[in-house]
Design a protein around this ligand. Structure first.
Ligand code: LLP
Length: 428
């Protein structure tokens, strides 16, 4: 459920704010996020996990470490932090964003396959809750860095459960030929090694098999294997306090299968783990943020070709929302004020100079005209975070709505700002 609905005037609004009002104040393209939707998604997941008895450390709620890669706007992170969310981070930049949002180090997890020594040192100084180690060389690097700082790195070993999942090959992470994590036998060996290493404190194991997973079966298959691993490690006398089950649960992108609900997900985990005594943590991104955001854009013109094709040319482009170009992703496109007339078939495109800048082909939409506002739905995750200045277009701004208020939480830069980021070479 989200809080983007037609208001009494027949126009699309975010909570109590008509999207037209935001377009007039900030211009388009612009991302708009709903606080109520972010809050709802977080609490529905937390309540489902708690209802199934899946606890965190010391009997507290499980750690829900929001995957910052999905939406790293500090105001969005703050909205979630106020509810108790932690952060799953994959770079020093993301750790800094989480800290800036007031998320304490002990609720920050540091994941990622290529952490540098500098980033590991930064994470240790920030007191992150754990470093999710993805390979043997990385584990040794974490140990060296920790020892040079006179401390021990708290680590979890990321296992690659060799399970196929995820909506698209580019976002599947859990097969043995993906770059992520180690095999079960390597995990056992590394865990035992870590337990005897002066720079490391292994506390648990973690997995993440992919993103936009709509069925529970692949997750369950991976989790059964993870439970087995915890049992084997403990049988060897090793202490396993934590189990991080990653993220990955999908969201309904309008034309796709309805994903499993958080309640079904929590029930499946409780059944699979069957009373296993560990502190649980999770790394959801998309299921919290995707349907909490839209990309608002203006139709520049309708370009009709003699053979009948109609291009709706927008002021948003692939540099603002790259998911259709990169993953053939489907985003519902809703006119802010839909005309009550029979649908017209459009190719919806941006102004960038390549054919890849096509959001969709042959989409039936209510008739559009130049100046109309349209909203790309489900764009709150992997939207603004993946934007760029390609074609020297200004970085897309972001707005956060709360009730009947809104705030610009990332302003649109000026062209002067854009140019000021570069420096001259002395010989030019
Ligand atoms: N934890 C780890 C270690 C991850 O690699 C990811 C996502 C997550 C958590 C969060 O997964 P989620 O709950 O959001 O599915 N840009 C792509 C998605 C890439 C996901 C990468 N990893 C897209 O736009 O579909």
């Amino acid at each position: 459920m989200n809080h983007f609905d037609l208001g009494p005037d027949g126009e699309l609004a975010c909570e109590g704010v008509p999207l037209r009002r935001i377009a007039e104040a900030v211009g388009t393209p612009v991302y708009v996020y709903s606080s109520a939707t972010l809050e709802r998604h977080y609490t529905v997941l937390r309540d489902a996990l708690v209802a199934e008895g899946l606890r965190g450390e010391h009997g507290a709620d499980p750690l829900i470490a929001f995957a910052v890669k999905a939406n790293s706007n500090v105001a969005v992170l703050k909205t979630l932090a106020r509810l108790g969310a932690g952060a799953d981070t994959v770079s020093e930049g993301e750790i800094r964003r989480a800290l800036a949002a007031g998320i304490p180090g002990e609720r920050i997890v540091f994941s990622g396959v290529g952490k540098t020594a500098g980033e590991i040192a930064f994470a240790l100084k920030a007191g992150v809750s754990e470093i999710n180690v993805e390979s043997e060389p990385e584990m040794h690097l974490a140990s060296q860095v920790a020892q040079s700082l006179g401390t021990r790195a708290t680590i979890a070993i990321r296992v690659n459960p060799d399970v196929s999942a995820g909506g698209h090959a580019k976002i599947s992470t859990g097969k043995s030929d993906n770059k992520f994590g180690v095999s079960f036998s390597e995990a056992e060996r590394l865990y035992a090694q870590a337990a005897n290493n002066a720079g490391l404190r292994p506390v648990g194991v973690t997995c993440h098999i992919g993103s936009q997973i709509t069925e529970l079966a692949p997750l369950e298959a991976a989790f059964v294997k993870m439970r087995g691993l915890v049992g084997r490690l403990r049988a060897e006398g090793l202490s396993v306090e934590r189990l991080d089950l990653g993220g990955g649960l999908g969201v309904p992108y309008f034309n796709q299968p309805t994903p499993a609900s958080p309640a079904d997900y929590a029930r499946m985990i409780a059944k699979t783990m069957d009373g296993l005594d560990v502190a649980y943590s999770f790394e959801p991104g998309r299921m919290i943020a995707a349907n909490a955001g839209v990309l608002l854009s203006t139709v520049q013109h309708i370009h009709e070709r003699p053979e009948g094709r109609k291009f709706a040319v927008l002021d948003a482009a692939m540099n603002d929302l790259i998911r259709p170009a990169m993953y053939d992703a489907y985003h519902d496109i809703r006119p802010v004020k839909p005309r009550d007339a029979s649908a017209v078939t459009y190719d919806v495109v941006g102004p960038i100079c390549e054919t890849g800048d096509t959001f969709t082909r042959d989409r039936d939409l209510p008739p559009l005209q130049a100046g109309d506002l349209v909203a790309f739905m489900s764009a709150g995750a992997y939207g603004a975070v993946m934007s760029s200045e390609y074609n020297s277009r200004l970085l897309v701004p972001e707005v956060l709505v709360k009730g009947d208020q809104f705030a610009v939480v990332r302003p649109r830069p000026t062209y002067e700002d854009m140019l000021a980021k570069e420096a001259d070479a002395p010989w030019l």
